[in-house]
Design a protein around this ligand. Structure first.
Ligand SMILES: Cc1cc2nc3c(=O)[nH]c(=O)nc-3n(C[C@H](O)[C@H](O)[C@H](O)COP(=O)(O)OP(=O)(O)OC[C@H]3O[C@@H](n4cnc5c(N)ncnc54)[C@H](O)[C@@H]3O)c2cc1C
Length: 371
C-alpha cells in the first residue's frame, strides 16, 4: 500500500476490468502519516491530479556562476503529499467489493508452478499473481555496479515575514558546499510564508544527523536570508541510485516500485516511472491475462546513460554540480526533463550529450558499454 501498490490498484479499478476478481492488499502499517512528498513533472493532467497539492510552471536552477528561472512548459512541476495520495487511493479501493485489506508484516514470498504465495502475520495467502513493492533483502551489488545513495532531509517551514515567491520553485541549487558529495537544495514554496526546503546529497554514505540540520540552517540563512522560522514538518529519505538490476519478476511474483527497479538510477526520481509501469501492467493484464507483456521495458540505452553518470560520480571524474550546470546552461528545460523521463529521441540525446565534456563521458561510456 505504498506508492506503487496503491497506484496499481487504482489503475485496475479505473479500467473497470477487474470487478470480478478478488484482490488482497497487505501492508505492515496503516497509511495515516504524511511520511513523504512526491515531486515530479508531467504535461497535462496526470492520473492523480485530484491530489496535486501545488504545481509550478517556473523553477530556478542555481549553480556557481549560473542562475536561471526556467520556463518548464510544456511540463509543470507538481507536488503530491503522501497522506493525500494514501487517503485518496484507499477511499477508491474501500468502495470496491472485490478488495480486502490486511495489516500485517510480510515475512516471506514463494512462487509455485501456477500461483504464488505470501506469508504475512503468520498467515499464508495464495494468489494467481502477487505484486510486491517490498525490498525484503537489500540487493547484493556485484562488482562493476554502483550503489550511491540519494539522501535528504527536508523541512516544511513557516516564517513571520514574506520570504518566498509562491509561483517560483527552486528545482536544484548547487551553490551550497559540495564537500560531502554532490549536494543541492530544492525549495517548494506554498505561500509567501511557507515552503518545503530539502537538503539533498548524492554520495556513498549517509551524514550524521547534525550535518543535515547544519546544511538546512546554512542554506536558509546564506541563500534565503531567513533567520526566524518554525519547522512544522520534517522528512528524511534515502533512495538507492544504482545500476544494479532489480528483478522485475520471479515466477508469478511481479516486483513494483523501487523494489522492481522503477527508481531512475541517475536521479532517484521514481513516481512517474511507477505511474507508467502501472498503466503498462494493467494493459498487459487486460490484453493477455498476465502482467508480463510490458512495452518500453527495454529502452536499454537509458540504463547505459544512467550507468555512465554513476560511473562519473562514483569515481569523481567530474563534479555532479558541474554536470547539471552544463546541462541546464546549454539545453532547454523541456529536453532535459524529457531525457530524465527516458522519453527523448536518439537525436535529442545526441545534441544533449554533446553539451557535456566529451572526454570523461566518452571514457565512462566505453567502460560501461563493455561491462
Ligand atoms: C521521503 C521520500 C521522498 C521521496 N520523494 C520523491 C519525489 O519527490 N519524487 C520521486 O519521484 N520519488 C521520490 N521518492 C522515491 C519514491 O518515489 C518513493 O520511495 C516511493 O514511495 C516508492 O514507492 P514504492 O511503492 O516502491 O515504495 P513505498 O511507497 O515505500 O511502499 C512500500 C510499502 O511497503 C510496506 N512495507 C514495507 N515492508 C513491509 C513488510 N515487511 N510487510 C508489509 N508491508 C511492508 C510499507 O509500509 C509501504 O507502504 C521519495 C522517497 C522517500 C523515502
Amino acid at each position: 500500500m505504498g506508492c506503487a501498490g496503491l497506484s496499481l490498484a487504482v489503475h485496475m479499478i479505473r479500467s473497470g476490468k477487474f470487478s470480478n476478481k478478488k484482490i488482497l492488499l497487505i501492508d505492515k502499517e496503516k497509511k495515516e502519516k504524511n511520511d513523504r512528498t512526491w515531486c515530479f513533472w508531467e504535461t497535462g493532467k496526470g492520473a492523480f491530479e485530484e491530489v496535486v497539492y501545488r504545481r509550478w510552471d517556473n523553477a530556478w536552477f542555481h549553480a556557481d556562476h549560473f542562475s536561471e528561472l526556467l520556463d518548464l512548459s510544456p511540463y509543470q512541476y507538481k507536488m503530491i503529499r503522501g497522506i493525500d495520495y494514501y487517503t485518496f487511493c484507499l477511499d477508491i479501493i474501500k468502495a470496491e467489493t472485490g478488495f480486502d485489506i490486511v495489516y500485517a508484516p510480510v515475512e516471506e514470498f514463494q512462487h509455485h508452478q501456477d500461483s504464488a504465495s505470501v506469508r504475512a502475520g503468520g498467515v499464508t495467502y495464495q494468489a494467481n499473481f502477487i505484486f510486491n513493492s517490498i525490498l525484503l533483502d537489500l540487493p547484493q551489488v556485484r562488482n562493476g555496479k554502483y550503489y550511491l545513495l540519494q539522501h535528504f532531509k527536508g523541512w516544511i517551514i513557516e516564517t513571520e515575514n514574506d520570504c518566498f515567491t509562491p509561483d517560483e520553485a527552486t528545482l536544484m541549487d548547487f551553490r551550497p558546499s559540495q564537500e560531502y558529495g554532490t549536494t543541492f537544495v530544492y525549495v517548494m514554496p506554498f505561500s509567501p510564508k511557507s515552503a518545503l526546503v530539502e537538503y539533498t546529497l548524492f554520495s556513498t554514505s549517509l551524514l550524521s544527523e547534525e550535518k543535515y540540520t547544519a546544511g538546512l540552517n546554512e542554506y536558509l540563512s546564506a541563500y534565503l536570508n531567513i533567520s526566524q522560522y518554525k519547522v512544522v514538518e520534517e522528512e528524511f529519505g534515502i533512495i538507492p541510485m544504482t545500476n544494479h538490476r532489480f528483478k522485475t519478476s520471479e515466477g508469478r511474483i511481479i516486483n513494483l516500485g523501487t523494489a522492481g527497479g522503477q527508481t531512475k538510477a541517475s536521479s532517484g526520481y521514481t513516481y512517474r516511472f511507477i505511474q507508467k509501469n502501472s498503466v503498462n501492467i494493467v494493459e498487459s493484464l487486460i490484453k493477455y491475462g498476465d502482467p508480463f507483456h510490458i512495452k518500453n521495458r527495454g529502452k536499454k540505452r537509458f540504463d547505459w546513460y544512467d550507468s555512465v553518470l554513476l560511473n562519473i560520480l562514483n569515481y569523481k571524474k567530474l563534479e555532479g554540480s558541474f554536470i547539471f550546470r552544463q546541462l541546464f546552461k546549454k539545453n532547454r528545460p523541456e529536453v532535459i526533463l524529457k531525457f530524465l523521463d527516458n522519453e527523448t529521441s536518439i537525436a535529442e540525446e545526441f545534441r544533449l550529450l554533446n553539451t557535456l565534456p566529451q572526454w570523461p563521458f566518452m571514457k565512462a561510456g566505453v567502460a560501461e558499454f563493455f561491462k
